[in-house]
Ligand binder design. Structure first.
Ligand code: NAD
Length: 241
């Protein structure tokens, strides 16, 4: 049994993997959940985590994945919901299946993972949901993603209020652009605005380390009185001029 166990959905890539590596370096035991079964097994064995394949839109798969991780490490002290994707498209011509998928993975999947984790959460456990600047900024072509991430912010507030009586804190992080496979896909598809970096007052992109450090802080005793919040990690982008 481990002293501190962190479960990360979307743990096979990008931010999920980065947060996992940072947590392992601080002594956490880490269980990764991802839809991509091969990738999650490979990443887990590379970094020293355990793996469980599950699609966050399928509650029964999540239940089995959490049970598997808890059987290895014991109760969960931290949950990061990082599984996510985007399907940029103009709203008027967007395929309804794409709308459904984006909302299902980013919003419904976050709820299903919180619900599946709940019976295994230790007292004083903390949940960190990965939202986005898109939750609060209107970016053309990302109406489903914006709606889903705004939903994650609302879910975070309501769950924080509901689970406070169990000593469980629930917060969210809203990163700006981070260089991960998700962002690379948007660059390849010509979706990303050319000047996205020049509009960041601190003058650079958000890094995986920026997000990992904030996530670990929210999980730590230093954040024991923070719940229901969404912290935007954006170098000042959202609230500037
Ligand atoms: N990269 C950015 O610029 C950025 C900015 C803000 C927020 N985010 C959010 O951060 C989170 C992580 O994104 P990333 O950039 O690391 O992307 P990524 O594509 O590198 O990683 C996402 C992971 O989620 C997994 N996943 C997707 N659908 C799943 C499902 N149905 N069930 C289980 N796993 C699933 C993928 O297999 C992948 O391993 C997402 O929620 C994303 O919306 C990313």
């Amino acid at each position: 049994m481990a002293d501190r166990t962190l479960v990360i959905t979307g743990g096979a890539s990008g931010l999920g993997r980065g947060i996992a590596e940072a947590a392992l370096a601080r002594g956490w035991a880490v269980g990764l959940i991802d839809r991509d079964g091969d990738a999650v097994e490979t990443v887990a064995s590379e970094i020293g985590a355990s793996a469980a394949a599950a699609d966050v839109t399928r509650p029964a798969e999540l239940t089995a994945a959490f049970e598997r991780i808890v059987a290895t490490y014991g109760p969960i002290t931290g949950l990061i919901n990082s599984a996510g994707l985007t399907r940029p498209a103009p709203a008027a011509s967007m395929n309804p299946d794409d709308w459904q998928l984006v909302v299902d993975v980013n919003l419904n999947g976050t709820f299903y993972a919180c619900r599946a984790a709940f019976p295994h959460l230790a007292e004083n456990a903390a949940v960190v949901n990965i939202a986005s600047i898109a939750a609060t900024r209107g970016l053309p072509g990302r109406v489903a993603y914006s709606a889903a991430k705004a939903g994650v912010v609302g879910l975070t507030r309501a769950l924080a209020a509901e689970w406070a009586e169990h000593g469980i804190r629930v917060n969210a992080l809203g990163p700006s652009w981070v260089d991960t496979p998700l962002l690379q896909g948007m660059i390849r598809d010509g979706i990303l605005e050319d000047d996205f970096n020049s509009r960041v007052p601190l003058g650079r992109m958000c890094s995986i380390a920026d997000v990992a450090e904030s996530a670990l802080h929210l999980l730590s005793p230093g954040a024991l009185f923070i719940t229901g919040q969404t912290i935007y990690i954006d170098g000042g982008y959202l609230w500037s001029g």
